[in-house]
Design a binder for this molecule. Structure first.
Ligand SMILES: [Ca+2]
Ligand SMILES: [Ca+2]
Length: 286
C-alpha cells in the first residue's frame, strides 16, 4: 500500500508538471494544426514526454491495444465522421463524430477485472484547455458496447494504476472543477488530485479513500510560497478544498486564516460556492 501511495505521488508530480506544460503550450499547438490533426503530432510529443517522466507507462498506451482492438476512420459524412472500433474477433461498433474533435485509442486494459481487456477511446474537442472525454468499450456476444464515459474537462491524460490492489485500475488525474474560480487565472487555479474507482459498473470519485495522498498534497501546498496575490488566493483555496476533501473542514478554515490571512475574507465570501462545487461534479463526500 505504502509503495503504491509513493508511486502515485511520484506519478502525480510528474503528471502535474506535464499537465501544466501541456496546457501552457496547447494554445500554440492548436494554432499550428488544422482540426483533426492536432492529436497526431501532439500524441508523439506527449508520448515522448510520458516516456521520460513515467516509470509505469500506463497513461496513453496504444501498444496495449495491439491484437485486441483497433480504431479506424470509416468514412467522412455530411455531418462529420464515422469511426469504427473493432476487436480481434471482428466485433465492431460504429462511432459517429458530429463536431470538430479528435479521436484516438488511448489504452486497452482490464477495467473490471474479469480477464477481458476493455478499450479506452479518447475524445478531444478542439478548444483551449478543454475538453477531454474518455469512452470505455467492452465486448458483448453481439458486438462491442459503450459501457462508461467520463468527462475530465481540461484534465487530460489520465493514468491507470491499481493503487489499492483490488485488481481493478484506478484512474489518477486532476480535478479541474475550480479552474477560473472567482476570476482566478487558469494557472492560478487550484490543482486537486482526483482518483476514480470502478465499482457498481461505473467510475466514481474515491479520492478521499486515499488520505495519505491528500495529506501529502496539503503539505506540498503549504510549502509553496508565491507573492502574486492571485496565485496566493489559488493556493489558499487549494489548501482549504484539500482539507475539506480530507474531511477536516474546521481545520481547513482555521489553517486558511492562519496561513493565508490575506485571502481569508475572500474565501469566506465564497464559502457557499466552494461547498457547492465540492459536493457537485464527481460527488465528493457523497
Ligand atoms: Ca474486463
Ligand atoms: Ca484498484
Amino acid at each position: 500500500m505504502l509503495i503504491g501511495v509513493i508511486s502515485f505521488l511520484i506519478l502525480c508530480g510528474a503528471a502535474l508538471f506535464l499537465y501544466k506544460h501541456y496546457h501552457k503550450t496547447s494554445e500554440h499547438a492548436l494554432s499550428q494544426h488544422k482540426e483533426g490533426e492536432i492529436l497526431q503530432d501532439d500524441t508523439d510529443e506527449r508520448e515522448r514526454r510520458q516516456g521520460a517522466f513515467f516509470d509505469s507507462n500506463e497513461g496513453r498506451r496504444k501498444d496495449a491495444c495491439k491484437g485486441y482492438y483497433s480504431l479506424t476512420l470509416k468514412k467522412k459524412t455530411a455531418s462529420g465522421e464515422q469511426w469504427m472500433l473493432k476487436d480481434n474477433d471482428k466485433r465492431t461498433i460504429t462511432i459517429d463524430l458530429r463536431e470538430p474533435a479528435a479521436m484516438s485509442l488511448y489504452n486497452c486494459l482490464d477495467i473490471d477485472n474479469d480477464g477481458q481487456k476493455e478499450a479506452v477511446v479518447e475524445y478531444f474537442t478542439l478548444g483551449i484547455h478543454c475538453c477531454f472525454e474518455y469512452h470505455f468499450y467492452r465486448k458483448t456476444k453481439t458486438g462491442l458496447k459503450l459501457f462508461e464515459s467520463i468527462d475530465l474537462g481540461s484534465a487530460s491524460w489520465p493514468v491507470f494504476n491499481d493503487i489499492n490492489k483490488d485488481g481493478k485500475p484506478e484512474i489518477l488525474t486532476f480535478d479541474d472543477s475550480f479552474s477560473y474560480f472567482g476570476g482566478l487565472c487558469f494557472a492560478c487555479s487550484p490543482e486537486l488530485p482526483l482518483i476514480l474507482c470502478y465499482r457498481n459498473q461505473k467510475f466514481s470519485d474515491c479520492t478521499n479513500q486515499f488520505p495519505a495522498i491528500l495529506d501529502r498534497s496539503i503539505e506540498e501546498t503549504l510549502k509553496e510560497k508565491l507573492n502574486n496575490p492571485f496565485y496566493k488566493r489559488g493556493l489558499a483555496l487549494q489548501y482549504l478544498v484539500l482539507q475539506i476533501m480530507r474531511g477536516k473542514s474546521q481545520a481547513g478554515w482555521q489553517g486558511a486564516r492562519e496561513y493565508y490571512p490575506e485571502s481569508y475574507s475572500w474565501l469566506r465570501e465564497s464559502e457557499r460556492e466552494i461547498n457547492k462545487i465540492i459536493e457537485g461534479r464527481y460527488g465528493i463526500n457523497r
